[in-house]
Design a protein around this ligand. Structure first.
Ligand code: FES
Length: 154
């Protein structure tokens, strides 16, 4: 893994050092390192000359920015009302049984993290899940099995 100073430097070269650069830099670090460590947030604050509290506040405001380590594949199950009414609970139960973890946990091999999230914008095709950046709609327990098998083999 690259040193955090190098990662932040590359991102500030790409996005600049303005306050508006903060979000794309946070996203870039999340993509590269899978989460935002305290060290990374402090380095961003130094590079952009803003407070660490501002960086932390932004990082913890968005559910897609993680400040704790996550698995290689982060599965987010929509918990909002439409998906809830269309079987979200059964989807979560299936995922928990398959992965042998509960919501909020990561598998021992570091491959999967299971989370709930708010509406993913595909309500008309719920229930929905997101695996990293890939959306899966009209999910059934059978589809969950197939999706997890696919990612296990990646
Ligand atoms: S309620 Fe689940 S995608 Fe909108």
């Amino acid at each position: 893994m690259k040193e955090i100073q190098e990662v932040v430097k590359n991102l500030t070269n790409r996005y600049g050092k303005n306050r508006e650069s903060l979000l794309p830099i946070l996203q870039g670090i999340t993509e590269e390192q899978n989460y935002l460590s305290s060290e990374a947030m402090l380095e961003i604050a130094r590079a952009l000359d803003i407070s660490a509290a501002e960086v932390y506040g932004t990082a913890t405001f968005y559910s897609f920015l993680d400040t704790i380590p996550r698995g290689k594949y982060v599965i987010r199950v929509c918990r909002t009302i439409v998906c809830d009414m269309h079987g979200k609970k059964q989807i979560i139960k299936t995922l928990e049984d398959l992965l042998k973890i509960k919501v909020g946990e990561t598998t021992h091999n570091g491959k999967f993290t299971l989370l709930e999230t708010n509406c993913l914008g595909w309500c008309h095709k719920g229930p929905c899940i997101l695996v990293n950046d890939d959306i899966y709609t009209e999910i059934t327990p059978g589809k969950v099995n197939a999706i997890i098998s696919e990612y296990r083999n990646k």
